[in-house]
Design a protein around this ligand. Sequence first.
Ligand SMILES: O=C(O)CCC(=O)C(=O)O
Ligand SMILES: [Mn+2]
Length: 145
Amino acid sequence: MDQRSRRLPLHRARSRQRPALAGAARTVSASRRQRRAAAGFAGFAPDACLVNRYRPGTRLALHQDRNERDFGQPIVSVSLGVPAVFLWGGPRRADRALRVPLWHGDVAVWGGVDRLRFHGVAPIPAATHPLTGAERINLTLRRAG
Ligand SMILES: O=C(O)CCC(=O)C(=O)O
Ligand SMILES: [Mn+2]
């Protein structure tokens, strides 16, 4: 993560491969807890996963995620496949949006005072990824109920 994105109220992490050693399970789960806590959302237990599939040229307009009951719970968003530019806006639709590049395996988390920020995705470039072809796939994990 570069210095610029470190200052964003948007937590982003590169995916890492799980250790192959069976005995490492406890370590992995401890570090997962630590990562949740480091992002400020130690108790997050998602009960829904929304899957978005983007073909080249498709976009997602600026919007707020308001369908969940408890805005105290964050949104955890996983990017797979071709890269995208995430538009990270403000509390009002008209607020200027930062453009944050997202690559395969990136995880973005937003919550707390930033939970209702407007956000979206710029048109997906024509590109290919070995795992998804021309598509970008996005998973958002949420606490819906
Ligand atoms: O595709 C993304 O990165 C964002 C998806 C999103 O904001 C949503 O599904 O509400
Ligand atoms: Mn959204």
